[in-house]
Ligand binder design. Structure first.
Ligand code: PCA
Length: 200
């Protein structure tokens, strides 16, 4: 059976829970479509996140990698089109702040997702879940891990499909921060399951 590495993140900044952590844990060990899912949770620390993601990649030897992240403020599930070679913005969970930082000196400006992002969006919409492609994963940890994973796969000459999907906040988060749009945790999880189900 094919293997899919699914990662979520721990809570960060003002978000006291991370729905992606719950999804990664809930789907760990499940068989969805043609894939056995290995669900793992990543730290939100520039010094640790990519190292851990690559360790997991080597351990699991997946056919597909889907990194999940919370995009508090977005109202749709948004598969990311591209990761850029730049980190910048808010402090990570260990207080590190990067500004205009190049992720890989020897890397290209960007890497396109190798996941079927258009198919993901179509499948989600057919199932009544709002979705759209996002053209920016930002410059925080989500972009960082997507860039690092795609760079590693390319450097290793592997064919593994990989990319990143941002999801909206859960209701639990929106109760703490009422201006943030939210979905039920159940629908968020169903969206991820549908995407995995649609993979060849
Ligand atoms: N979202 C953040 C980092 C962790 C997460 O879940 C981001 O969008 O970069």
């Amino acid at each position: 059976m094919k293997k899919l590495l699914l990662t979520g993140f721990v809570p960060f900044l003002e978000f006291r829970v991370n729905p992606t952590e719950e999804i990664a844990k809930a789907l760990d060990g499940k068989v969805i479509g043609d894939y056995e899912v290995v669900g793992r949770v990543l730290p939100v620390e520039f010094s640790q996140t990519a190292v851990r993601a690559i360790e997991l990649y080597e351990e699991v030897q997946p056919d597909v990698v889907i990194h999940l992240g919370l995009a508090g403020g977005r109202s749709k599930i948004t598969p990311e089109r591209i990761a850029i070679n730049c980190s910048d913005g808010a402090a990570d969970n260990s207080g590190v702040v990067l500004e205009d930082a190049t992720i890989k000196e020897d890397g290209p400006d960007g890497y396109f997702s190798t996941l079927p992002i258009r198919k993901f969006v179509n499948v989600l919409k057919e199932n009544n879940l709002p979705a759209t492609i996002s053209n920016s994963a930002g410059t925080y940890l989500c972009n960082f891990v997507m860039y690092n994973t795609l760079h590693y796969i390319q450097q290793q000459g592997k064919q593994t499909r990989a990319g990143f999907v941002h999801i909206p906040a859960s209701h639990e988060l929106s109760i703490q921060q009422p201006s943030v749009p939210s979905w039920s945790q159940q629908d968020l999880q169903r969206g991820i399951e549908l995407m995995i189900q649609s993979l060849d």
